[in-house]
Ligand binder design. Structure first.
Ligand code: ADP
Ligand code: MG
Length: 343
């Protein structure tokens, strides 16, 4: 028998590479297939269709012990439309498929859909279909998001250029610290039955349980005539997303520790856990902010947009990927954010 490879040996990205090797591009309308936040379909020359799909599995991506099911519905939509924004597009429709085990009541699934509908309203999206089936254990949610983008506006991961400025929206690491609070309170409850203490942690909890997508930033960029040269959403951590952009664009980067935006509430929670705030900011997942690059000539213009921070610049590929610490040290970046099979 030939040697069987474990999933952990090659990891999520290794597996995707291996199973998609034979994928075809038969149709002219298949503009861009595997490898970016969305596939790009070219049914017309000027307006492209964007498609992205994501799967959320109970026990892997969410824990219903501390996740209100309505919030889960909301978050599931956000995770998906985040990929449409990451192409500089506008989400239009979603399909939602669920597999549900007998432990769920009809009311619970109605609550899930309350959250889904609330997100659809907030982001101007139509729910247009899906599929419903049973499962042996737990809940699985798969959402496909469909969006549009003008040909001239699209931002891929592969087109960052040397000297571009690196920008992020919002702040980083909050969702990860929210998760630390929830997991701590869950284990205290399990051990001593104490009611969870969540007061004072509202900001980081909200970032974990009910994240938002930076739709307003995409609108501001358009208003200011800025088209990111490359863009990706930050779902697996800043560091790992920078690796995606740099690898696919064949460039390197320098980012500056002092520039990385961290909310004061996140820093407070980090202190409580004795975690250096830089760690969740670089490697924490679930932020759903955007990481993008712009030509250096856009510096003045980007500075007028609230909620965007310039954190560094793109360099030649042979220079590598570095973080310049507050002390001025050059530290090689590591991609150690969330990936499946290796946790
Ligand atoms: P994201 O983090 O934006 O959700 P992923 O890292 O999950 O993207 O996926 C990377 C690329 O691989 C995407 O283009 C995605 O569509 C594709 N992909 C992921 N899993 C599969 C699969 N099982 N079969 C085919 N393509 C896949
Ligand atoms: Mg993505």
């Amino acid at each position: 028998m030939t040697k069987q490879t474990t999933l952990a040996e090659i990891g999520e990205f290794g597996l995707i590479e291996r199973i998609t090797k034979q994928s075809t591009k038969i149709h002219k309308t298949t503009g861009y297939g595997i490898g970016d936040d969305c596939a790009v379909l070219k049914y017309t020359d000027t307006l492209y269709t964007l498609i992205s799909t994501d799967l959320l599995v109970e026990g892997i991506h969410f824990d219903l012990v501390y996740t209100p099911i309505k919030h889960l519905g909301y978050k599931a939509v956000i995770c998906n439309i985040s990929d449409i924004y990451a192409m500089n597009g506008t989400p239009q429709q979603i399909t939602v498929s669920i597999a549900v085990s007998a432990k769920f009541s009809v009311e619970a699934i109605e609550q899930l859909y309350e959250g889904i509908h609330t997100a659809c309203k907030a982001y101007n999206i139509d729910l247009i279909g899906g599929d419903t089936t049973s499962s042996i254990t737990g809940l699985t949610i798969s959402i496909t998001a469909i969006g549009i983008v003008a040909e001239s506006d699209i931002s891929y991961r592969k087109t960052a250029r040397v000297n571009d400025l690196i920008c992020v929206t919002g702040n980083l690491g909050a969702a990860y610290m929210g998760l630390q609070i929830l997991q701590r309170e869950k284990s205290i409850f399990k051990e001593v039955g104490a009611q969870p203490k969540l007061e004072g942690y509202e900001y980081v909890l909200q970032r974990q349980l009910k994240p938002e997508s930076p739709k307003h930033i995409i609108e501001q960029l358009k208003k200011n005539g800025i088209i990111p040269t490359a863009m990706i959403d930050i779902s697996d951590g800043l560091s790992s997303e920078l690796f995606h952009i740099c690898k696919q664009s064949h460039v390197g980067c320098n980012i500056y520790e002092e520039k990385i935006p961290i909310h004061e509430n996140t820093a407070d929670v980090c202190k409580e856990f004795s975690i250096e705030p830089l760690i969740p900011a670089l490697h924490g997942g679930d932020d759903y902010e955007l990481l993008f690059t712009i030509p250096i000539t856009c510096f003045d213009s980007i500075s007028t947009i609230q909620g965007v921070t310039v954190i560094g610049n793109i360099t030649e590929a042979d220079k590598g990927l570095y973080l310049i610490s507050k002390a001025g040290d050059k530290v090689a970046l590591k991609a150690q954010g969330w990936t499946s099979f290796t946790q």
